[in-house]
Design a protein around this ligand. Structure first.
Ligand SMILES: CC(C)(COP(=O)(O)OP(=O)(O)OC[C@H]1O[C@@H](n2cnc3c(N)ncnc32)[C@H](O)[C@@H]1OP(=O)(O)O)[C@@H](O)C(=O)NCCC(=O)NCCS
Length: 201
């Protein structure tokens, strides 16, 4: 069973798929929604689309359109959804009523090099409580989930997404998002080397 993680509260199922299938498996089931030249990226793209219907069996993925920002959406917004991939994992979240954003990220050295660009001085102080790279990956994936939830682009990760101190034991990072001036709860999970963050609001 390639579903690696599944979580459902209210109307918004969330899932992570461990990709073990070939491209042929997905192609028989899913329409391709954009040209993807790189074979592994194409596999990730197909797995993300496949997961949407796995989570919501009547999800009309053949109707997906791509906005100028590259955010995929359904005209009429019958469902809100968000997709992410990293390595051999694809993640998705779907909701009938709320905007959603999801991001999955394997721990990578590259995120460490981006720290000055995406974390404020205040957020950087929190890094020194554990493994810096692990914590930075969590914060990066958290901020990417906000970017995707918002969907309109033009977000400065350091200035616009302000992460607050984590709520102990809840796997939730509170955040203030300046673009819409609202508080958001970023939910997260860690699985070995993979971080997953999502927002429903
Ligand atoms: C668009 C972006 C969020 C994609 O993230 P990524 O980690 O590269 O890739 P992921 O696999 O997690 O996500 C890709 C999926 O996100 C979705 N997506 C693409 N653009 C999107 C957007 N503007 N809004 C919401 N979702 C988007 C798509 O579903 C895409 O997969 P698909 O084309 O197969 O359906 C990312 O490339 C980006 O631009 N981030 C902002 C970077 C930035 O501004 N950084 C500044 C701080 S240094």
């Amino acid at each position: 069973m390639p579903v690696f993680f599944q979580h459902q509260i209210n109307d918004h199922p969330t899932g992570v798929w461990k990709i073990e299938e070939t491209e042929a498996f997905f192609k028989d089931n899913v329409p391709l929604h954009r040209e993807v030249t790189h074979p592994h990226k194409r596999l990730q793209h197909l797995a993300g689309r496949f997961l949407l219907r796995y989570l919501f069996p009547d999800f009309p993925y053949e109707l997906i359109q791509i906005a100028e920002t590259r955010k995929p959406y359904l005209p009429g917004e019958e469902y809100h959804f968000s997709i992410s991939h990293s390595g051999d994992y694809a993640a998705a979240i779907v909701s009938r009523n709320n905007r959603v954003g999801i991001d999955a990220e394997l721990v990578r050295e590259q995120v460490g090099r981006l720290i000055p660009k995406f974390l404020s001085d205040n957020e950087k102080e929190h890094l020194y409580r554990g493994s810096i790279l692990e914590q930075a990956t969590l914060y990066w994936t958290a901020k990417e989930s906000v970017f995707k939830w918002y969907g309109l682009g033009g977000v400065d990760f350091r200035e616009d997404i302000l992460l607050q101190r984590e709520l102990e034991g809840l796997q939730v990072i509170p955040c203030f998002f300046t673009k819409t001036a609202i508080d958001l709860d970023i939910h997260y999970r860690r699985f070995d080397h993979l971080y997953l963050a999502w927002i429903v609001s």
